[in-house]
Design a binder for this molecule. Structure first.
Ligand code: COA
Length: 315
């Protein structure tokens, strides 16, 4: 059987940092409130002419270098994003152009909001396992600041911009062990960006209700993933979760009987970067040497739709 493995990782953050202290001057909030309720201290914000495809291309270049491949080896590009530069064409085709890939490989965007990277990784894994592709670039990239209302204090404190990428390649040994995807469209109105006559509006969210749904749903996806692989909680070396709120991360770690030093936490520095958060966190922990080859990683995410999913990966 053909398997897929993560051959390289990369990430990119815009240089401008928006701290809680600066947010205190923009809305009626405090650093203490934000940190206590979310675990966030700061987030990165793209400049007005810095688009999702720019962030995605930067992260992709680093993943390509880390995998030791040439951009021309890539035979499928998947970009998970909620904040495309344009209505069309896709960010994926823009990344293809920015990377100078001229082999006519397919390129597509995946819209599953904060679960987008897990959806993209699962799709890439299945294309490889089906024998359709050998070397897939999967990017999670978002510029959430561009759809954020900076007068809404219950919401604007959460979001940040960034991109993370992986190269997924064929391998003999299992790398991506299993992926599990779900959606329930009945919850559309709890977390969404309506479109009005002028175009997309800003994020509208019932924060407290979303929080409870996220904790319960992630609880279930952990059970589902372990049961599907006949694995125990103790078999997981690292939790690389979607970075929405430190309290959600702690709840999932508790479910796994996992110490917080086995959870890759970036929410304090990045905020919620939507589809970018998992590959960003993965790259941070690979770069600083925490995650090593052979480690078993559980990635999980929950987002608008609702969508949710997990990926169990041997790095
Ligand atoms: N600063 C200070 N006070 C704030 C505030 C802010 N930035 N935002 C809200 N508050 C106030 C509220 O007005 C409310 O005041 P009240 O009690 O006088 O009415 C109080 O704090 C509690 O509000 P609540 O919304 O219940 O807070 P919370 O503990 O649920 O935290 C979130 C709010 C948004 C941080 C939290 O619900 C959350 O993280 N939800 C999940 C969101 C998420 O992850 N979404 C993306 C999923 S991918």
């Amino acid at each position: 059987m053909i398997n897929s493995r993560i051959a390289g990782t990369g990430s990119y953050l815009p240089t401008k940092i928006l701290s809680n202290k600066v947010l205190e001057t923009m809305v009626d909030t405090t650093d203490e409130w934000i940190f206590t309720r979310t675990g966030i201290r700061q987030r990165h914000i793209s400049s007005s002419d810095e688009m999702t495809s720019d962030l995605a291309a930067h992260a992709a270049k680093k993943a390509i270098a880390s995998a030791g491949i040439n951009a021309a080896d890539i035979d499928l590009i998947i970009v998970a994003t909620t904040t495309p530069d344009k209505v069309f064409p896709s960010v994926a085709t823009m990344v293809q152009q920015k990377l100078g890939i001229s082999n006519n490989c397919p390129a597509l965007d995946m819209q599953a909001v904060c679960s987008g990277f897990v959806y993209g990784l699962s799709t890439a894994d299945n294309f490889i396992k089906a024998g359709a592709n050998k070397c897939v670039l999967v990017v999670g990239a978002d510029t959430m600041s561009k759809i954020t209302d900076y007068t809404d204090r219950g919401n604007c404190i959460l979001w940040g911009d960034g991109a993370g990428a992986v190269i997924l390649q064929t391998s003999q040994e299992p790398g991506v062990i299993s992926t599990h995807l779900h959606a329930n469209g009945n919850y559309e109105a709890m977390l969404h960006v309506p479109r009005n006559a002028e175009g997309p509006d800003t994020i509208a969210m019932e924060g407290n209700a979303v929080f409870k749904m996220a904790v319960n749903t992630l609880d279930q996806i952990v059970d589902e993933t372990l049961a599907a692989n006949n694995m125990q909680k103790s078999d997981i070396d690292w939790l690389v979760p979607h970075q929405a709120n430190i309290r959600i991360l702690k709840a999932t770690a508790k479910k796994l009987n996992m110490a917080m030093d086995k959870v890759v936490v970036t929410v304090d520095k990045h905020g919620n970067t939507s589809a970018a958060s998992i590959p960003l966190a993965l790259d941070v922990a690979v770069q600083d040497g925490r995650i090593k080859r052979g480690d078993v990683i559980l990635m999980e995410a929950f987002g608008g739709g609702f969508t949710w999913g997990s990926a169990l990966v041997k790095y």
